[in-house]
Design a protein around this ligand. Sequence first.
Ligand code: NAD
Ligand code: 0WE
Length: 260
Amino acid sequence: MALLDLTGKKALVTGIANNRSIAWGIAQQLHQAGAELAVTFLPDEKGRFEKKVRELVEPLNPSLILPCDVQNDEQMEDLFQTVGAQWGQLDILIHCLAFADKEGLTGDFSDIPRESYGKALEISAYSLGHLARLAKPLMTQGGSLITLSYLGGVKVIPNYNLMGVAKAALEMTVRYLAAELGPQGVRVNAISAGPIRTLASSAVGGILDMIHHVEATAPLRRTVTQTEVGNAAAFLASDLASGVTGQILYVDAGYEIMGM
Ligand code: NAD
Ligand code: 0WE
């Protein structure tokens, strides 16, 4: 049997908004490798995301489809309560979400309001530790936590501003969590993906120009796809990566190595 076989593994996937979401690419590749899925959606007043996510994930036969707003403590408790009752155990947790106010993604960095700063760090970085705390008692057979980062957390990328600070916090959170959870056999890693057109990135001015820059500069002379990120996540979730924890894996067509 191939080691990249997730048969019998139970995976909770957050961050699917639509068919362009990186989380959707990950969910599909985990499913392809045989994992059993539970997925979450961010509830909104009209229930539009719930409807979209339910329709989208149907072919993957998820065991659970549940609301998860990481700013809502009660909803987070309920989510893990339900996952625990249904599965009794969790093997894979995908954290694939981020948010910063527009004020945090444009203009002068020094103008970022206190409220925007706190909110972005809470949603985009604190939430990983919060999910880890709730998942910990369910990861009794070891496990794999995977989050999504971006180069803008390590180097200055124009306008990534506040999200850059949030990704720096997220990447350091990965290392501290890896140290905490390693003794229990739980691995914690991040995938730093190159720019991809999604709901979140399309709302950013100039994203197409950035994608063209990567296509011209990256060693592979192209950007990456959601499926390629999904395949890297399947690897990190699998026993093939049993010796890998606390790492930031670049899935960016090699862009990160270039200096000029
Ligand atoms: P996306 O819009 O498809 O996904 C973002 C998700 O965050 C959405 O599903 C949204 O519902 C969720 N979210 C926002 N606030 C939330 C909250 N309070 N509680 C729960 N969920 C919340 O966009 P994406 O590009 O697929 O983003 C997924 C992850 O990938 C993010 O962490 C992003 O920073 C990261 N990433 C994206 C790119 C890119 O170029 N698209 C590159 C590298 C990393
Ligand atoms: O992490 C991201 C984007 C995440 C994101 C996007 C938005 C847009 C809508 C977080 N919060 C919001 N808030 C909104 O109101 N990426 C890696 C994609 C991205 O965003 C950029 C990029 C890239 C790449 C912003 C500026 C420069 C480059």
